[in-house]
Each structure stands twice: as structure tokens, then as C-alpha cells.
Design a binder for this molecule. Structure first.
Ligand code: FES
Length: 155
């Protein structure tokens, strides 16, 4: 008898590998309106998120730069593609939903959300160290929007 294939795990691996190999919006931004450096004290990795927000509160551009494992790089890449073009308020809602997803406080099958592709991180809460990797760029983005220029995944 063949083992059932875990589609979500396959999809997770495929998307992580692809975004790690070709991270989107991986660059230092000239003249950002907001930026913050995220730090993961568990491994020592740093990553900076840059944003350009227009006067109406739309995120015109977003990028990141820094070192980290495949999960942190892929998650940062996905974060930038998820919030580009969105209103600051919408990005903050996504931050909250993503944070609840990776800490098992949001069930994507039952709870309302706008996470889309980001639900590939649904089961990551089984690996607490990996939760920090996946949320590093999100904490940096949230810090940047709130004018906190250094954030740690421990806070
Ligand atoms: Fe450092 Fe994942 S091991 S961010």
C-alpha cells in the first residue's frame, strides 16, 4: 500500500525552495520611508526590511536584505509579495494573522483570514525555532511601520 502524500508539506517545500533560490525584492532600497532591522538571537541572523509608503498609506515598494536560513529568506520574500501595493492597515492585519498562524492561534480552515499562499506555514508551530525564522521579516516589517528600527524575535 502506498503512503498518502502530504500535499501541504510538498507545497511548503516547493515554495520555500523556490523563494530561497530566487528571493523576490531582495535589495537595499534607496530612500525608504520606513525600515527596521530584525534580529534572531537564537541563530544570530539579521535581516533589514525597507518600505516606501505614500502619503495615502499605500505600500508602494518593499524590499529586504540580510542573511538567514532558507525559511527566513523565503518567508521574507513571500512577505514582500504579500504586502506590496497594500494599505499599511492591511499589512498590519496580515502581520497579526501570520503571527497567529505560526503560533497556532489561527486555524486557516476555520478562522477568517487573507493569508493566501502564506498558509503553507500552517504547521510550523510544531518547530518553535523555525517559527522565529519564519516570523523574522514580519517582525521587522511591523517594527518599521511603527518606527521601531531594531526588533528581535524574542520580544
Ligand atoms: Fe537564523 Fe533561521 S536559522 S533565521
Amino acid at each position: 500500500m502506498t503512503e498518502p502524500i502530504d500535499i501541504r508539506a510538498d507545497l511548503y517545500q516547493e515554495i520555500i525552495l523556490e523563494h530561497n533560490k530566487k528571493p523576490r525584492n531582495f535589495k537595499v532600497m534607496d530612500h525608504p520611508t520606513h525600515f527596521a532591522e530584525g534580529y534572531n538571537p537564537l541563530c544570530g541572523d539579521h535581516l533589514t526590511v525597507y518600505l516606501k509608503v505614500d502619503p495615502e498609506g499605500t505600500i508602494e515598494d518593499v524590499s529586504f536584505q540580510g542573511s538567514g536560513c532558507a525559511i527566513s529568506q523565503a518567508s521574507a520574500s513571500l512577505m514582500t509579495t504579500s504586502i506590496k501595493g497594500k494599505k499599511v492597515k492591511e499589512a498590519e492585519i496580515l502581520f497579526d494573522q501570520f503571527h497567529r498562524l505560526v503560533t497556532c492561534a489561527l486555524d486557516p480552515k476555520k478562522d477568517p483570514h487573507q493569508l493566501g499562499k502564506l498558509t503553507i506555514f500552517t504547521n510550523i508551530w510544531h518547530y518553535p525555532a523555525r517559527v522565529k525564522c519564519a516570523s523574522l521579516s514580519w517582525h521587522a516589517m511591523h517594527g518599521a511601520l511603527n518606527k521601531v528600527q531594531k526588533v528581535s524575535t524574542e520580544e
